[in-house]
Design a binder for this molecule. Structure first.
Ligand SMILES: [Zn+2]
Length: 219
């Protein structure tokens, strides 16, 4: 039942369920197998629930970059269409149009397009929300993080991953607000969540959305 047991310097047992529904157990060096199994048995319902969550959610499909394939942008679905004459490599116009000339490197072109869109949208929104929240930030960087949607350094440097631009607008806005609120509270304390809730009352729904769908925000 334990997929991986890691013995390490720690005082208590730690359980992780991975994205592929494997149970990883970290346990103190001195703890007996009997004790480990006893503690795991106590957590069985949590383990089952977590495993079910990962097993049931729809898997991200492998991209083929073929005509008609669906891509997400601000939560909307767009079909990929290769078109002969386009003014740019990628144009969003009811469909995600990619120039036939760029077809060979479609992935690279679409990634650049996403990054540009993310930069435009996120920098505009960050400015707006910073005013509302009365905070000032030093810089905003659109990075390439795969699972960390955003981060905020104590010196006021914000990072948001370009992949987030595939999520619905309210989810993107929530992540921006979340990071900006860290300029007031550099932690995840109750005070911090109150700040978030003041600007984004439904933030729990957005957190949930990212938990359930975050793995689909890939290229
Ligand atoms: Zn945070």
């Amino acid at each position: 039942m334990i997929d991986q047991l890691i013995r390490c310097k720690r005082r208590s047992i730690g359980l992780t369920i991975t994205r592929d529904a494997k149970l990883i157990v970290r346990a103190p060096i001195w703890m007996s197998d009997y004790e480990i199994n006893r503690l795991i048995a106590q957590k069985q319902s949590w383990i089952t629930r977590k495993k079910q969550f990962f097993l049931k959610r729809p898997a991200a499909q492998k991209r083929q970059f073929t005509d008609g394939e669906v891509f997400l942008f601000l939560g909307e679905k767009y079909s990929l269409r290769f078109v002969d004459d386009l003014p740019r490599a990628v144009v969003l116009d009811g469909e995600l149009k990619v120039s036939s000339l760029a077809a060979k490197n479609a992935k690279d072109h679409i990634k650049i397009w996403y990054q540009n869109q993310a930069f435009e949208y996120v920098s505009q929104k960050t400015k707006e929300f910073a005013e509302v929240l009365k905070v000032s930030y030093k810089s905003l960087r659109i990075n390439d993080a795969k699972t960390r949607w955003g981060s905020c350094g104590s010196s006021g440097n914000l990072n948001i991953t370009w992949r987030l631009i595939m999520a619905p607008q309210r989810v993107v806005d929530y992540v921006i607000i979340h990071e900006l609120c860290h300029l007031k509270q550099m932690n995840h304390s109750a005070k911090f969540w109150l700040e978030v809730a003041s600007a984004c009352p439904d933030f729990k729904k957005d957190e949930q959305w990212l938990k359930e769908n975050g793995h689909l925000l890939t290229l």
